[in-house]
Structures are given as C-alpha cells and as structure tokens.
Design a protein around this ligand. Sequence first.
Ligand SMILES: [Zn+2]
Length: 448
Amino acid sequence: MPISAPALDLLLLPTWLVPVEPAGVVLKDHGLGIREGRIVFIGPRAQALKLKAQEVRELPGMLMSPGLVNAHGHAAMTLFRGLADDLPLMTWLENHIWPAEGKWVDEAFVRDGTDLAIAEQLKGGITCFSDMYFFPKVACERVHNSGIRAQIAMPILDFPIPGASDADEALRQAIALFGELKHHPRITIALGPHAPYTVGDESLEKVRVIAEELDAAIQMHVHETAFEVHQALEQNQERPLARLARLGLLGPRFQAVHMTQVSDDDLALLVESNSSVIHCPESNLKLASGFCPVERLWLAGVNVAVGTDGAASNNDLDLLGETRTAALLAKAVAGSATALDAHRALRMATLNGARALGLDTHIGSLEVGKAADLVAFDLSGLAQQPVYDPVSQLIYATGRDCVTHVWVAGKALLEDRRLTRLDEQQLCATAVAWGERIGGHHQPNQGA
Ligand SMILES: [Zn+2]
C-alpha cells in the first residue's frame, strides 16, 4: 500500500498473526490494517508503523486469527441449556425438547435466547454463526442489532412448528425473508429442511426449486445416527443421503450436518456434488450419535466445517473447545495421531466454515480485501508457556476465556473481554427468569 494512501481506521499489532490462507503460516511481529470494515494491509511491523492510522492497538502476547465460524446451531436453545441431559436423541427430542418447544417457544423466547447465544459466541471468539430455529425473522433482528454475522436458516418440517403451520408456510416465510434481507451486509438467509425423517419428498422438491431460484444454501441434519439410516433402509430401501441426491438437493450450496454414518457410496456422493459436511463432535458424543470420519472426508476432498449444535445438546457454544474435541476425536476415529493437526483444525473452524456457508470470498481468512472479522487470543498466560507453535497452543492448550478482542466488519464487539453492544448482566438476569419459569414446569424424568 502506498504511504500516501488514506489513513487506516485501525492498525492492529499482535505478536502472532495467523492468516489461515496460505495454510500453515504464522506471521510473527506483523501488523494488520483496517479501513471501512475491510482488511487493507498485512505486513511486517516496521512497515506497518510507517502507515498513518486513526488508532493503533498493540496486542502483545496475542495471537490474531480470522473470527471463528460456528457452522451449525440453534441459537435460542440456550434457554433450554441443561433442561434434559444424558438421554438418547429420539427420547431427548420426542419426550423433552419438542414438548418444551411447543409450550415455551414464542417470539420473546427467540429474542432472549438468541441474544444470550450471540453474547456467549462473541465472548468465545465467534464472529459468524449459522442458526436454524423458529421465528427466524426475530433472530435476524437480533443479529442485525448485535453487529455479529450469521446465516439464518428457515426451519422446514412437515408438521406444525412455532410460527408456521406446515412446510409450505415456512417456505413462503423463507422467500419473504430472503427478499427483505438479500442486500444485508451481515445476514444470509438459507433453507433449513430439518432432517430426512421430518421432511417428505414433496416438500424437499419444493426446497430444491426455491433454493435454485434464490441461489440460497440448504442446511439439513443428515445421517445423525445409525438408527436414522437403518430406519430409512427398512422403510424405503434407500439411505437418506442417496435419497437427497436423487431429489437433486446435494451440491456446493448443500450443508450436511452431522454425517456420523458415511458409506463408500455416501462419500462418493459428497465428493461428486461438492457438498459440505458440518461436524458437531460434542453433540454427537453427548447423544451417543456416532463419529463423523473427519479425516477420511478431508482426505477425499470434502469441505468439513465445525459447529456446536444447540446448547441443549452440547451444552455450550464454545467453538474453540469444539475444535479441540474435533482434533482429538479425529485422531481416535482415524487411528492416526497425524489426523486433523492443529493448523487444519483452525482452518476447519474458520475458512472451511465460511466456505460451507458460501461466504469464503468475504470472510474466513486474513487476506487483503476480506472483511475485518477478527479475534485476538491472549497466549501470555501461565498455561500457554512456553510457546513453540502458537496455533498448537491455541488448539490444544487454550480455552475461550483467553479471547480478549473481537471485531466484525472492523467494528469492535468485544474489547478487553467486555461486550460493547450487549449488556451481560441484563442477559444473565433475563436467562435466569426464563429458567425459573421453564424449570418449574419441566419433569426431568419424563420418558427417560
Ligand atoms: Zn442441530
């Protein structure tokens, strides 16, 4: 950048800069310059200090990376955190979560639950998340107000859900929301057919047509458990992923969440269609759903991103912790200590997430021209010493409490661990009040 260029809005000077692209690179003593929400400069510290900047921020002992991308979740379910634990998926869903949703979920629930989720995610270094939950228009308002970035997927099921009486009504709402927000700088609208066992062929055909017309992404829970695959084989002699391929749903805009069951044919379908897989290891572990073969998918060329899933099945929205779990689990599943190394794990939590959500030209790595979605992790504490490879330290030895600063599109949303736009005390008080109302009515042992 020529010295005569207009001044930077902000110059950041961390000890380590990890751009993620190019892969495996750690830049020591480099600066990153931001103007009008975009990255306009990355270069050595000495060169950076010659630039004019409105504000210069030294970040000693800190690692700066692209903001984390939480590629799958159900934000407002933070208000059901810990409501029903230690149960298998179908018992958990049918006897606990679905009845509780029928009773409690309205626009106020989604407003308060989404705010809580956004605050928790920002504090954990997440700058972009995907959401699939009821009253998505309310979630869009919360995303808009908070400054975070999100993909909001309209949930589509063949039975009535809070806010929509059937799949057709949900699709109409999705089209309207898409039209309303298509120029929003931080929100993308996607279609969220819930799962192969809750959406029939007729509705899925409509999802395909509408997704093509709008050029919208499709996010869906697929092959979450072995039971799901066995049941489909018993009833229709067809694996769910093969059915989705036959219906024309797979493709670069398709995001298959979970995929704990992957046959050779499934793998071929994912590769041929260039679909993304979103791995949710802690939800899969907690519900004993199975293990996604991350290394096998990765080596075959499938784009694998990572998500926390909802707080009712995790029970946190800690993507850094999730990535550590993913890195460790991948080695156990592959039977190889070289599987999903620390640098690839960070890539999975940033650029791969951006690619899954169709945002990789815009976010996911630190490159000139991309949006300034950034996170700073403090690696100066006792538990990180000594630092040989800061990325290894980040993935294997650092918790989300080390997140100190978060910027989305160049705006500081977390400064010295404090949220700049959301009132943490107020959010806690609101969540406690919901907990008292919901907890007073819930029978924890029902159906267990
Ligand atoms: Zn989910």
